[in-house]
Design a protein around this ligand. Structure first.
Ligand SMILES: [Zn+2]
Length: 231
């Protein structure tokens, strides 16, 4: 018998959605398990194989934890602000909000078709004003504490687009988008003083981190903040 995956998988995926069997519950009697993957940037190209690779690995852990009686929270969201969307919107004269929505819809339907057990009731989107009001709030707290500051920095400047380019957008010394000359320009940039917490991070990880990779991580931290090289 031929396995009709399109019909069979869709049937069960709809059932899972209907019964909400992957939703985290408000139930304090169960042990909690929170699994978080890096939220994807929803591009127009759809998922690449690297996305399901990490989501599937954690999906297996989550399904096992649910069967063991844990109250599992396995959310999905979209890290949806980004230059590729803005550039696509400019080029095709479509509002970035419309492009973003289309890309998110595509990603969501692909992830659902894979049958991953995300709690879709808790989906977040970084371009949603009810979400980014909190990232803005966090920025203000950092600013008030002197941890967010402006600094003059040399950046890649496209003489055609009249905007700052990421290193990846400069190909062979010219702008990837319009082919114009890219120059280095000193501009005032926002910075976060993360190194002010370097020592505390090292000290506390030293005591509390119980992870198989803790030694690697610690060496990395030392090397990163102290400028030493670790082997
Ligand atoms: Zn350009």
């Amino acid at each position: 018998m031929k396995y009709d995956f399109a019909a069979i998988e869709k049937k069960w995926q709809d059932k899972w959605e209907e019964c909400g069997c992957f939703h985290a519950e408000i139930d304090h009697s169960k042990p909690k398990f929170y699994a978080l993957v890096e939220f994807p940037y929803p591009s127009g190209a759809g998922l690449h194989v690297g996305h399901p690779r990490s989501y599937t690995a954690l999906d297996i852990v989550c399904r096992k934890r649910r069967m063991q009686g844990y109250n599992v929270l396995y959310p999905m969201g979209w890290d949806a602000f980004g230059l590729p969307t803005e550039n696509f919107a400019i080029k095709n004269h479509i509002h970035p909000a419309i492009v973003t929505k289309k890309n998110v819809d595509r990603f969501r339907s692909q992830l659902k078709a894979l049958g991953l057990s995300f709690d879709w009731k808790r989906e977040v989107n970084t371009t949603d004003p009810s979400y980014y009001k909190w990232t803005q709030w966090i920025f203000l707290q950092l600013f008030k504490q002197g941890l967010a500051y402006k600094k003059e920095m040399s950046v890649n400047w496209c003489t055609g687009c009249k905007c700052v380019l990421a290193n990846e957008e400069v190909v062979g010394g010219v702008c990837e988008r319009c082919g114009s000359e890219v120059v280095h320009k000193v501009k005032s940039q926002w910075m976060l003083a993360i190194t002010k917490y370097a020592q505390r991070l090292i000290d506390e990880y030293h005591q509390d981190l119980h992870h198989p990779l803790r030694h690697t991580f610690r060496r990395y931290l030392y090397g990163y903040f102290a400028g030493a090289s670790a082997h």
